[in-house]
Write a protein that binds this ligand. Structure first.
Ligand code: SD4
Length: 304
């Protein structure tokens, strides 16, 4: 079946955010074919985006915060065992997704932040790299504020294996010009990523503040548990958030989702967004439905 039918019986299946997710998915498929590990596939696939110096919103090439420092957020989840790991505000590491995986696999914890995450990475043998030249151009950076919301394009990747295993990962440098220490939705399990071995998985990209206040990815998975298709679940999650949020549909949020039957889908605010779908023999970039105020009744916040 073609991916445009929003369902495939081909496994593994990888779905990720944005057109740049296609190269990441392609690598994930390659890694799966050589290792048979869905977690390796997700980690190495996301690693491609993290290494892409031209990507200004993932990895060390990302836009720095308001004091000129790149702080990275990442998370990973394995449906089997319902395991998760994440890092936030991590500095100087090329592959935060790999550190998140180590947190999951080698510590009794789920999340490490800031200097603690960096020290853990060092202990685990990760190289600490100096920021790229120009990253700390304070004059230029200080002229902006977090409200400029520049450069927010995270990679979230979710995958379904031939044995029904569901895994996912997420990595970002977050909002450009954010306040130091700001953590977005991407490393928050249930926010920017959620995996449920009984149901499927979801991931988010966009303005994290508008995702994490609503446990967005968790909500998408819960809607799928209630019987919605992945696309319906993404759409209904955005509608629900827009109904409650004072900003209505002016949210800049997007979701991707897969379920255990190999159905997949996405939705975003405004004109929607592009996402990538890959399985053996096919790797495509699709456009999600977009949602605006005409798609739902009154929006803009709960009233008493
Ligand atoms: C964040 N959600 O830190 C991330 C950024 C992002 O598309 O996804 N941008 O808020």
């Amino acid at each position: 079946m073609s991916p445009t039918a929003q369902q495939t019986s081909n496994r593994p299946l990888f779905v990720s955010t944005w057109p740049f997710g296609k190269a990441a998915n392609d690598e994930a498929l390659k890694v799966f074919e050589s290792t048979g590990s869905l977690l390796d596939a997700i980690e190495k696939g996301i690693g491609v985006t993290e290494s892409d110096a031209s990507n200004s919103s993932v990895g060390l090439g990302g836009i720095p915060n308001s004091v000129g420092v790149v702080q990275l957020d990442a998370s990973i989840m394995d449906g089997v065992g319902h395991r998760g790991g994440s890092v936030a505000a991590l500095e100087g590491v090329r592959h935060p997704i790999s550190v998140a995986r180590r947190v999951m696999e080698k510590t009794p914890h789920v999340m490490l932040v800031g200097e603690g995450a960096r020290q853990f990475a060092i202990k685990e043998g990760f190289e600490i790299v100096a920021p790229p030249a120009g990253a700390g151009n304070l004059k230029e950076v200080k002229a902006k504020t977090p409200a400029d919301l520049e450069g927010h394009d995270t990679i979230a990747m979710i995958g379904l294996g031939p044995d029904g295993r569901v895994c996912g990962g997420c990595s970002t440098s977050g909002l450009g010009h954010k306040l130091p220490g700001r953590v977005g939705d991407s490393p928050i399990l249930g926010g920017g990523l959620y995996v449920d071995q009984e149901v499927g998985a979801a991931g988010a990209t966009g303005l994290g503040e508008n995702v994490m206040r609503y446990c967005g990815s968790y909500q998408v998975v819960e809607f799928m548990r209630q019987g919605m298709t992945p696309e319906q679940a993404c759409v209904e999650t955005i509608k629900r958030i827009a109904r409650m949020d004072p900003k209505g549909f002016d949210l800049a949020i997007n979701f991707i989702a897969i379920d255990k039957q190999g159905r997949f889908g996405a939705a975003g605010t405004g004109s929607g967004f592009q996402y990538s779908v890959t399985h053996k023999g096919q790797s495509v970039v699709l456009r999600s439905p977009g949602l605006t105020s005409k798609d739902v009744g009154p929006v803009g916040g709960n009233r008493h």
